[in-house]
Structure formats: structure tokens, C-alpha cells
Write a protein of this length. Structure first.
Length: 116
């Protein structure tokens, strides 16, 4: 059974930093292409960062230069380091495979709020 558990969110001021972590079970994150997604209120879920099985990474234009995705094969985790956070980064953040599937259910996500 595949499960993703996200953590690390919180309330930060604009310009602040957070590090999100996703623990995966039921799959090996180094075999799958993995992604961090976010969903802001009344908006569709969007992909913000991805890391392919070969290690290539990619980012949405809105987060390039501020977010860094990484993977720890030993811990089977995928992390998202976020710096220079902006109010528009406020959302619930999720991790999942890059090609989503009914067999890879979404976790509960972790809330990120950027506000002064």
C-alpha cells in the first residue's frame, strides 16, 4: 500500500524559509519520478518541483531559484527546501509520483502560510 506523509509546514514571514519532508512507503522514491505539488485555496493543484529517477530536477517558473527538491534514498524521503518565501506561496503542499495514479493516493499534505 502506497502512502505519502508530508511534514514541515508552518507559518513564516515573507522572506522566510521552510523545509518540507515527505516520507514514502510502499514505493521506492529513487525508482519513481517524484514531485512536490501545492494547492492554494480555490485553485487547482499544481506541480512546483520534480526529481526524476535519474536525478534530474525541474521547477515551476514561479519557484525557480527559491525552491530546491532533493531525495534521500536511504530514508526513502523527498524534501523541498524553500527560501525567500512569498505570500503567494501559501498553499497545502503534497508529494506524489510525477505520474499520479489511483494506486498512489494523496497524503494529507502540509500547510504553508506566508504572512507578516
Amino acid at each position: 500500500q502506497v502512502q505519502f506523509v508530508e511534514s514541515g509546514g508552518g507559518l513564516v514571514q515573507p522572506g522566510g524559509s521552510l523545509r518540507l519532508s515527505c516520507v514514502a512507503s510502499g514505493i521506492q522514491v529513487n525508482i519513481y519520478h517524484m514531485g512536490w505539488y501545492r494547492q492554494a485555496p480555490e485553485k487547482q493543484r499544481e506541480l512546483v518541483a520534480s526529481i526524476r529517477s535519474g536525478g534530474n530536477v525541474d521547477y515551476a517558473e514561479s519557484v525557480k531559484g527559491r525552491f530546491t527538491i532533493s531525495r534521500d534514498n536511504a530514508k526513502n524521503t523527498v524534501d523541498l527546501q524553500m527560501i525567500s518565501l512569498k505570500p503567494e506561496d501559501k498553499a497545502v503542499y503534497y508529494c506524489n509520483t510525477l505520474v499520479t495514479s489511483p494506486f498512489h493516493p494523496w497524503g494529507q499534505g502540509t500547510q504553508v502560510t506566508v504572512s507578516s
